[in-house]
Structures are given as structure tokens and as C-alpha cells.
Design a protein around this ligand. Structure first.
Ligand SMILES: C[S@@+](CC[C@H](N)C(=O)[O-])C[C@H]1O[C@@H](n2cnc3c(N)ncnc32)[C@H](O)[C@@H]1O
Length: 227
């Protein structure tokens, strides 16, 4: 009963803010989420505030610059994967702030050779490992994946990474350090970045150039290459 009331309230809010087409898109996204999660028995849904995630970490940096957990939408994933000008079967995708592992599961299923997730929250890292194991069981094939539970700004990006995915994971000095690390990793080879809900151009323009607007309206999803 409470859930029906909550859903009705959310639907009315979406309709008021984004109109009928926005509501249809939101319903379609939910259908995709249910379909994908039930099919692979995984759980990447929901939203968790940073203050709750930080209870077990107790980091001032995470509390100040980290962004809450919410999974990338399936519409972005589908369009982004189709826009990447690379051969996925030889490629590695790195998700910085990988949460429950939705992007990693999706990328493996779309044929990426390897995926790496870096996530500060231990709780979310554990869920992502469980999700990746469930996906492996459901598909019954070998998947190459790695989860690193740490601050993404401490992570040295391996030179073999081809695509970095970020869904508005952090801001401020954490983002600046990560952008610097990405640029360093791209010194020897081409590196693409998919940024969902990216920051202003003034922040990104020293590091990367826009290749394509995968989604031009809010929440924007842009494909960049490192320059
Ligand atoms: C909006 S969620 C994106 C989750 C996932 N990438 C996706 O697209 O489905 C952002 C994630 O970044 C993580 N995060 C925030 N600050 C971080 C940091 N400094 N290092 C690593 N992860 C961080 C949060 O815990 C959260 O799970």
C-alpha cells in the first residue's frame, strides 16, 4: 500500500517536471531495470546517500566530495556502448565510483574483455562482487573483472584501460586528481571517457575533448577523448 502510494507520488512528480514523454521514459527505464536485474538475479537498484555510506568509512574527503549511490540508467548504457568507437572484445572498461557494479555487469555482457571497478564504500564493493559472481553463474562463461575498494583518486590507472566510465561520482579536488590520473594513463594510447552528468566545460576542457553528446538533455551523458 505504502509502495503504491510512493510510486503514484513519484509518477505525478515526474509528470509535473518532465511531462508525459518524461513519464513514459521513466517507466521504460524501470521496466529495463526489472528485466535486467531479474534476468541475472542481480541487485544494482536504489539510491544511498553519502552520509549513510560514510558511516563505516568515516572519511572527511568522501563526505565532502563524494556523490550518493545511484546506478547509471540503462538507456545511457545502451546508447554509450553503441557509440564507443572501439572493438569491445579486446577492450577494458574502468568504472570510477563503481557502486553496485551495474556498469561493469552491463559492459561484460556486451562483450568487454575485462572490467575494473573502483569504489570507496566497502558495502557497495561487496555487493558489486556478488553481482559479478551472479552474472558469471547466469551466463556460465569466464569473465575477467577486478574490484578495488579505495578512494578513486589513489588509483593508478593501468595503461591497458580503453574506456573510463564516470557517473558523477565525486567533485572538487578528488575529481581534479582523477582527471589528472586519466590524462597520464592516456599518454601512450587512446582513452575514451563516458561521463554521465559531467561537470562544466571549464573543469574538463584541460583534460578532454567532446566526441559526442550521447544524451544532450539533463541528465547529460557525454563521450570524450583524452587530449
Ligand atoms: C552516482 S554513483 C555511480 C555508480 C556506478 N558507477 C553506476 O554508474 O551505476 C557514484 C559512486 O561513486 C562512489 N564514490 C564517491 N566518491 C568516491 C571516491 N572518492 N572513490 C571511489 N568511489 C567514490 C560512490 O560511493 C557511489 O557509489
Amino acid at each position: 500500500m505504502i509502495s503504491i502510494r510512493k510510486w503514484t507520488y513519484s509518477a505525478i512528480t515526474i509528470y509535473r517536471l518532465n511531462g508525459f514523454s518524461g513519464l513514459v521514459r521513466a517507466i521504460w527505464e524501470k521496466v529495463n531495470e526489472y528485466y535486467y536485474e531479474i534476468r541475472f538475479s542481480i541487485d544494482t537498484s536504489g539510491r544511498i546517500e553519502i552520509k549513510d555510506l560514510n558511516k563505516s568509512i568515516n572519511s572527511k574527503v568522501y563526505a565532502k566530495y563524494g556523490i550518493l549511490y545511484a546506478g547509471s540508467q540503462f538507456e545511457w548504457l545502451r546508447k554509450a556502448m553503441a557509440s564507443l568507437p572501439i572493438e569491445k572484445k579486446n577492450a577494458t572498461l574502468l568504472d570510477l565510483g563503481s557502486g553496485k557494479g551495474r556498469v561493469l555487469c552491463y559492459a561484460l555482457q556486451k562483450g568487454f574483455k575485462k572490467v575494473i571497478g573502483v569504489e570507496y564504500s566497502q558495502e557497495l564493493s561487496k555487493i558489486s562482487v556478488q553481482n559479478l559472481e551472479k552474472l558469471k553463474e547466469a551466463k556460465n562463461i569466464y569473465f575477467d573483472w577486478e574490484i578495488i575498494c579505495d578512494d578513486a583518486s589513489n588509483y593508478t590507472i593501468p595503461s591497458y584501460v580503453d574506456v573510463v566510465w564516470m557517473f558523477h561520482p565525486f567533485t572538487g579536488p578528488v575529481l581534479t586528481k582523477v582527471l589528472h590520473n586519466i590524462k597520464k594513463a592516456a599518454e601512450k594510447k587512446k582513452l575514451y571517457v563516458v561521463f554521465a552528468n559531467p561537470p562544466k566545460d571549464e573543469i574538463t576542457s584541460d583534460y578532454m575533448a567532446l566526441v559526442k553528446k550521447i544524451r544532450a538533455d539533463y541528465p547529460r551523458v557525454f563521450l570524450y577523448e583524452i587530449v
